[in-house]
Design a protein around this ligand. Structure first.
Ligand code: AMP
Ligand code: MN
Ligand code: MN
Ligand code: MN
Length: 291
């Protein structure tokens, strides 16, 4: 880690506004890594992580932008996993982007997204909506990173729904006609790759998973046992009740707390870069592990 060009120097001051969850056009975000970084800086972010899905391709550009804008940069990624049949996202922060196991694991994850996308197109054609695979591809900037978000954008463009969230609700979530299962990484893989690269593993937007309280605790037990260290407490998809709930779980598990907008684009995201409530004061902020 220390030899990497991405190694962090200790923060000279505590970040006042860190945002450790954001996407660019390297995955399913709408802006380039440089544009995301410029927007973060303009919004007052002083410490920023780009966390594209399953791909590290934006990190060099993001780092250069952060340096030019006076932000501390943290390399990030959001890894797609499945735990007991539930799709979950694990954010990795502060790793060496040249780490071998992480790069090989992510390449494997990207492989197969196109085949899954074709099956999604076939499934939608079967209910009378043809041409969606080709349509979704016109929204894709990185062909190995086609995601449901690209399908949702295309389906909105042809008037199937007014907003992408409606498309997800009716077509693209488990049990709905355009949803196709995919073999993602395991929890052990994702946490292992991140730690092997010298980074810190964080549970992304825990309020979004359909799990009972007991399942969530079981998942967090497994995550902790594998070496996971952080959990998002304030994030773009958390209500005030979620914040209170996951702050309690962060204390219970002695996890460090993360904060991230999950920004995908100006018109698409609930919360803009850096425009999040502060973390509850007694929690240990995740950046303390990244010095
Ligand atoms: P995938 O990795 O192909 O399964 O696609 C997941 C992506 O779809 C997420 O990263 C979000 O960008 C988007 N997404 C998932 N669920 C929703 C939802 N309910 N509303 C809007 N976007 C969503
Ligand atoms: Mn996404
Ligand atoms: Mn996610
Ligand atoms: Mn995300």
């Amino acid at each position: 880690m220390l030899d990497s060009p991405f190694a962090l120097s200790c923060f000279a001051v505590n970040p006042a506004n860190f945002d450790f969850h954001s996407h660019s056009s390297v995955s399913d975000g709408l802006l380039s890594p440089a544009e995301v970084g410029q927007r973060a800086a303009a919004n007052g972010v002083d410490c920023w992580a780009l966390t594209d899905h399953d791909d590290l391709g934006g990190l060099l550009e993001a780092r250069a932008t952060a340096e030019a804008s006076g932000m501390v940069f943290v390399p990030g990624v959001e890894i797609s996993i499945e735990w007991r049949q539930t799709p979950i996202h694990i954010v990795g922060l502060g790793f060496d982007p040249t780490a071998t196991a992480l790069n090989a694991g992510l390449a494997e994850l990207r492989h197969g997204r196109l085949a899954r996308a074709r099956r999604m197109g076939d499934a939608l054609a079967a209910i009378g909506i043809p041409g969606v695979y080709d349509g979704a591809l016109t929204y894709v900037t990185n062909p190995s990173l086609i995601s449901r978000a690209h399908f949702a954008r295309y389906l909105v463009s042809i008037g199937i729904a007014r907003e992408t969230s409606e498309v997800f609700q009716h077509y693209l979530t488990p049990g709905k006609p355009g949803y196709v299962d995919h073999r993602w990484a395991t929890l052990a893989d994702a946490v292992g790759w991140i730690r092997d690269g010298g980074g810190v593993a964080v549970v992304a937007h825990p309020g979004r998973y359909r799990m009972s309280g007991a399942e969530m605790r079981h998942f967090l037990d497994d995550f902790k046992a594998l070496g996971g260290q952080g959990i998002e407490v304030t994030c773009g998809s958390h209500s005030p009740d979620h914040v209170l709930h996951f702050a309690r779980l962060a204390r219970h598990y002695a996890f460090h707390a993360s904060r991230g907008s999950d920004f995908h684009g100006p018109a698409e995201s609930y919360i803009d870069l850096g425009r999040l409530p502060a973390l509850p004061q007694d929690l240990k902020p995740i950046w303390r592990l990244l010095c």
